[in-house]
Design a protein around this ligand. Structure first.
Ligand code: BGC
Length: 913
């Protein structure tokens, strides 16, 4: 056989992929959630690397062993899949022996391709976590009370410090630490932090489920005496506001469950677990912490050596047993947050005395690291803001009552360096006061904090506005990933509002590898569902808002569909299908009239732009205009989505029922909202977009409505949008659907009000909450929100860059590449990393020639639509395309295009006369 150079890259079970990264030690875990379809079977994926054209997998062989030596010797004592003939290379469910808790599994794979057999991959591993409740041998500890200096009304607790010493008597073979530190923890062994995660674990409704993090700490545990140190912060457990118990969901005082399992080389085992032999104090340096208000750190209170063996903890309290939070224990499969980027200030302005204003040049979320030298007891105060007032002072009114203030008290021992542990801020500017000496750019560093997930794309085009929007959006999206997608990182809100992400999550998926984050979020939504079927507007329901409407809760279905399109994960749809169906039944039972009209909506087309920015001056944007047109249209749309899901998940029995209901809703909708003149409802852009995008229009009326829709954008709006959060989700798709891609392009590249370009023209470095963010009242006016991105990046990638997952062979198993040339756009160069590898599309129009370089990853195919005008010919690598070239599977001319079906590889096309 021809020597074959392709190698196999790793791999990892999806759902578990990033657990590896979280753990930094190539482990992954099984979910303990018995509801999860993957509970028993972690799923394995691999990526084939190779430049060959038309490279594809024909079969695989997986070995899973209980020990690396066995794996190396080719013995799959846990599972030997044998040769399995299939081209599937993602989400392969483990089907070996039943796995016990706290076990490491080692695996490798080799692939039979059409070009030969690959070598065995290098070894990878995953761990099985603590699968059962009873696997946790310790108890929850904490202090379920306030300390005298703490103030519950201000929602500010001191951090709780816990310590435990223990001896390691023998040689350690392996040691694994499991931790549930709520709300947030920092774990150390012998004074060294374990892991590089921050603000962990991911927030959940702790009465429903709790995420535990796992670390391989074998290296840290040599023979001798050791100390475990854990610091606990409030996070979402002790809620940021303790008032309004009917609304703010708070879970109690911070608490800890910890377990360290040591396996010695002689086969014996020791378990260090939380119990009342641990010692604790709340009288350490972190005096207060609160996500909205900031952190106060008094370095004079540092307890030198508290986290190391030999510390005198006589004055510490005995840890107390506390009530367990109630939720089931689950291995965290989504990424923890991390410091992802450091920013150096672009300017530091001295304001007199010891006060400065620092400008990082970028709106973002995280905190700053400070360096300072001064006298013991001196206090440096840091206040954070997104923008400045005209007088050059920071503008904080739009933070509402979030204090966003960190205070550091010096210990006076030379150069001191500090950053907070249990808070974050949304900001570009920092007011530093009380700073001894001269503050220089080296003394203060901005630290961008978000979930440790990869950026999966690049996008450059010939249009500068499109490019800048892509950049601003990257910052906005990153800033708002906080173990869940939140609305904004700065004011006293930071809630996982569903409506903001409806289509936006899909847009985001073209920038970030957000599959595990959104998979976790779907669970959050499912857990938040009430027994009667109601789904909240915010999930986890840290704010208890069950307002019953179609658009916010409906994001549940839309995010699931996005994940299915982008990753091909069927198991996830199966898992959530019953809850979605139940919610739709609930809404129907309560709010649907005999005529199929859904009467209940909450927000309407939230945050539509005022007619002019001037007209919106000083106006509060939080105005609700509930709309039955919106709720009814969405009900119809979700019936279509459910019909798709029925087929995919094997629930065909429900299909007829959904189809019948859909028909009734459509008829009711058209008779109530359609006007003979050719428009819907109040003839707003959104009122017409929804029936177009959801395909609800009677064929006889289609032309009239389409024409009217175009008229609104082109004539009434002079090429601008007039949509709020709901309409904006469908804007680019809708205009493209009616054949007005030019209008979509014009709108996306607009610089005048209202548009994303207008935000940039007015100094935005991320994306505003409001189209008129520069004039609206500050009450609800964040400068770092994502909801107005709508379906924009779907359009960027699927239409402009021409990188789209096929609707049937989802997850980019088959890529549809159909560039839309429009307006003055003459070039797009984009890449997107799918589960199979990087897809590239780089096209440009130079004079009469169209150049297009593409890369199709191994084990996938692409349908490539080359634009060909009469008289033009298509060349590949300089030669006329005949259809016989390696990698080209078939060719088909259609009007204006030559359609090629191609296998993997790099292609370089030119279309010319
Ligand atoms: C949030 C939004 C959210 C809305 C709904 C706002 O305050 O920031 O993004 O969707 O409320 O009421």
């Amino acid at each position: 056989m021809k020597r074959f150079l392709a190698s196999i890259l790793f791999l990892l079970p999806l759902l578990t992929v990033k657990a590896q990264i979280n753990l930094r030690n190539l482990r992954c875990e099984m979910l303990v959630n018995p509801l999860s379809v993957t509970a028993e079977n972690p799923r394995l994926s691999w990526e084939i690397v190779g430049k060959e054209r038309g490279l594809k997998q024909e079969a695989y062989e997986i070995l899973v062993a209980s020990d690396p030596a066995k794996l190396a010797a080719g013995e799959g004592d846990l599972w030997n899949s044998g040769k399995v003939e299939t081209d599937n290379s993602v989400y392969i469910a483990y089907q070996g022996k039943r796995l016990a808790s706290n076990k490491a599994c080692y695996w490798k794979v080799r692939v039979y391709t059409n070009k030969g057999l690959t070598e065995w991959s290098g070894p990878a591993q995953w761990g099985t976590g603590l699968r059962y409740y009873k696997d946790w041998e310790g108890r929850w500890i904490g202090f379920d009370r306030l300390f005298p200096w703490e103030n519950a009304a201000a929602s500010r607790l001191s951090a709780r410090y816990f310590r435990k010493e223990f001896a390691v008597a023998k040689q350690v073979k392996s040691a694994t630490a499991y931790i549930m530190g709520l709300g947030l923890y920092e774990l150390s062994i012998d004074g060294k932090k374990v892991g590089d995660q921050v603000l962990a674990p991911a927030p959940t409704d702790y009465t429903k489920n709790i995420k535990y993090n796992t670390f391989d700490v074998t290296e840290q545990l040599k023979q001798g005496q050791h100390a475990i140190g854990v610091v606990l912060g409030n996070g979402r457990f002790y809620a940021m506001r303790q008032t309004k118990a009917y609304k703010n969901n708070s879970f109690g005082y911070p608490k800890l469950m910890f377990q360290l399992i040591i396996t010695y080389t002689d086969g014996s085992r020791a378990v260090i677990k939380t119990d009342d032999s641990w010692k604790g104090t709340a009288d350490g340096p972190i005096r207060t912490n609160n996500e909205y208000d900031g952190e106060e750190y008094d370095a004079q209170k540092e307890m030198k050596g508290w986290d190391k063996a030999g510390f005198d903890d006589k004055s510490w309290l005995k840890a107390e047993f506390v009530q367990e939070p109630g939720g089931r224990y689950e291995a965290q499969m989504n990424e923890n947050m991390k410091v992802m980027k450091d920013l150096t200030p672009v300017a530091i302005i001295k304001k007199g005395g010891d006060r400065y204003i620092v400008d990082l040049g970028q709106n973002m979320a995280g905190w700053v690291k400070l360096q300072v030298k001064g006298k013991k007891g001196q206090k440096v105060t840091l206040r954070f803001a997104e923008s400045l007032q005209d007088n050059g002072e920071i503008f904080t009114t739009n933070l509402r009552d979030a204090k966003a203030t960190d205070i550091y008290t010096l210990k006076g021992e030379g150069m001191e360096s500090w950053e907070p542990r249990f808070t974050y801020h949304g900001f570009r500017y920092i007011e530093v006061s009380g700073y001894p000496g001269t503050l220089s750019k080296n003394d203060i560093t901005g630290r961008l904090v978000y979930d440790d997930i990869a950026t999966v794309s690049t996008f450059e085009s010939s249009n500068a506005v499109l490019n800048q929007i892509y950049k601003n959006s990257w910052w906005a999206i990153a800033s708002n990933y906080k173990g869940m997608p939140i609305d904004c990182p700065q004011r006293n809100e930071r809630q996982p509002w569903l409506g903001d992400r409806a289509m936006v999550a899909y847009s985001e998926s073209f920038l970030f590898d957000n599959a595990r984050l959104y998979t976790k979020w779907l669970d959050d939504i499912k857990y938040a569902q009430k027994p009667d079927g109601a789904i909240p507007d915010v999930a986890p329901a840290f704010w208890r808002y069950y307002s019953d409407n179609m658009t916010w809760p409906g994001t549940y279905l839309m995010v699931a569909e996005m994940l299915y399109n982008q990753t091909g994960d069927v198991a996830l749809l199966k898992d959530h299908y019953p809850s979605m169906k139940k919610w739709l039944q609930y809404m129907k039972d309560r709010y649907m009239t005999e005529d199929g009209i859904v009467t209940k909506d909450s927000y309407g087309d939230w945050c539509v732009p005022p007619v002019t920015a001037e007209a919106g001056k000083g106006v509060n944007a939080d105005q609700k205009h509930p709309s039955q047109l919106i709720s009814t249209a969405y009900y119809y749309h979700f019936m279509q989505v459910m019909m798709r899901f029925c087929k995919i998940t094997g629930n065909e029995q429900d299909s007829t029922q959904f189809a019948q209901l859909a028909e009734k809703v459509k008829q009711g909708f058209n008779s109530k909202f359609y006007h003979e003149e050719g428009y819907y409802g109040d003839n707003t852009l959104t009122d017409n977009l929804l029936p177009v995008c959801f395909k609800m229009i009677d064929p006889a009326n289609k032309n009239k409505v389409w024409k009217n829709l175009a008229y609104i954008v082109e004539v009434t709006n002079k090429g601008h949008l007039s949509t709020g959060v709901v309409g904006t989700q469908w804007l680019m798709y809708g205009l493209t659907e009616i054949g007005k891609a030019e209008l979509a392009y014009g709108m996306a590249t607009q610089k005048t009000y209202p548009s994303l370009g207008y935000m940039i023209e007015n100094g935005a470095t991320s994306i505003w909450e409001l189209w008129n963010g520069n004039t609206a009242a500050p009450k609800m006016n964040s400068q770092n929100h994502v909801m107005m991105l709508g379906d924009l990046f779907i359009w960027y990638f699927e239409h402009l860059a021409a990188i789209r997952a096929d609707a049937r062979e989802t997850g980019f198993k088959k890529v549809i590449m159909k560039p839309k040339r429009m307006g003055d756009l003459s070039a797009v160069n984009a890449t997107y990393r799918s589960n199979y590898g990087e897809v590239k599309s780089d096209w440009k129009q130079v004079g009469a020639s169209f150049f297009w370089n593409i890369t199709v990853p191994p084990n996938t195919t692409a349908v490539v639509y080359l634009p060909v005008a009469p008289g033009e010919k298509v060349y590949e690598a300089g030669k006329l395309v005949t259809g016989k070239e390696e990698g080209i599977l078939s060719t088909k001319p259609i009007t204006g295009r030559l359609v090629l079906n191609v296998g993997s590889g790099n292609y370089s096309f030119e279309v010319k006369k």
